[in-house]
Design a protein around this ligand. Structure first.
Ligand code: ADP
Length: 261
């Protein structure tokens, strides 16, 4: 009888604690979901007015009297710079808010990553030229991979833009793409190497956190919000891959990404 009572009471205790914990959890989950929705809605709503402000600034820049006035010119160009930064920030926040949604499944297809990476390299050429940085792309003539084209485009852009941003003038930035067999699995390996300011070992995990920026990069006032690598990590993980960074002997950093194929 004692054993039966013991089993009976432990069942009752188990069910009570199970339902209590469910009841206690649901407001937390609800408020988390509300917060997530709020972040997505707010970023989405902010995009339209910011784009309107940007096109108004562009229109003002075309005005002859303003073009001829040095002060108006510099005010307009400052405004334009800040609005562009905000548009970028809002876009990044929206991407991360959407990435938090559990039902975000990336649509994947087979496509030539070499072709795509040539396009990305081309899109960062102006940035590189400003600092006379040499961009090198090393990849097989055709590199068919399985993934989300738009997100892999964004991933390469984030890494190349950072490599350029955190490098001195006349440095070299290398993008290398390969397909490798690892433990009988095919892996897409992406390497982005730079000769820049480098990242201290104790900061190499933290740079993938949202809004984290190293002191070195803050002091250089290079702009940025510390969201790029958080997005990069989300993109890689939603392809079931992983990303990490190492220091390079001498100077600079190497970002390695592996994505199963
Ligand atoms: P940010 O907009 O600040 O560049 P990221 O999330 O892309 O944001 O990067 C986070 C931080 O990681 C940067 O602020 C910088 O301190 C560091 N970082 C990223 N890429 C590099 C790099 N190639 N070399 C040195 N530091 C880097």
């Amino acid at each position: 009888i004692f054993a039966i009572l013991l089993v009976f009471f432990s069942f009752v205790a188990f069910f009570i604690s199970y339902f209590m914990s469910k009841r206690a959890m649901s407001p937390i989950i609800k408020s988390y979901m509300k917060q997530r929705e709020f972040a997505a809605d707010a970023s989405h709503e902010l995009r339209t007015p910011l784009s309107v402000i940007l096109s108004s600034i562009n229109a003002l820049e075309m005005e002859k009297p303003l073009q001829e006035d040095e002060f108006s010119n510099s005010v307009l160009s400052n405004m334009k710079y800040e609005v562009k930064r905000m548009i970028k920030l809002v876009g990044d926040l929206l991407t991360l808010a959407r990435s938090d949604a559990e039902n975000t499944k990336l649509r994947k297809e087979v496509f030539d990553l070499h072709e795509l990476s040539k396009k990305v390299v081309h899109s960062v050429e102006t940035l590189a030229d400003e600092k006379r940085i040499t961009l090198k792309l090393n990849a097989p003539a055709k590199l068919f991979v399985y993934g989300n084209r738009a997100r892999l485009d964004q991933l390469l852009y984030i890494l190349l833009e950072n490599a350029i941003k955190y490098s001195p003038e006349e440095a070299e930035v290398k993008l290398e793409l390969t397909l490798k067999n690892e433990d009988k699995n095919k892996m897409l390996v992406i390497l982005v190497e730079d000769q820049g300011i480098g990242i201290k070992p104790e900061e190499r995990e933290r740079i993938f956190e949202r809004f984290y920026r190293t002191d070195k990069s803050r002091s250089k006032q290079l702009g940025g919000h510390g969201l790029g690598l958080a997005i990069a990590k989300w993109i890689v993980e939603s392809h079931s891959g992983w990303i990490h960074v190492e220091g390079k002997s001498g100077k600079g950093s190497v970002f390695t990404i592996k994505i199963p194929q």
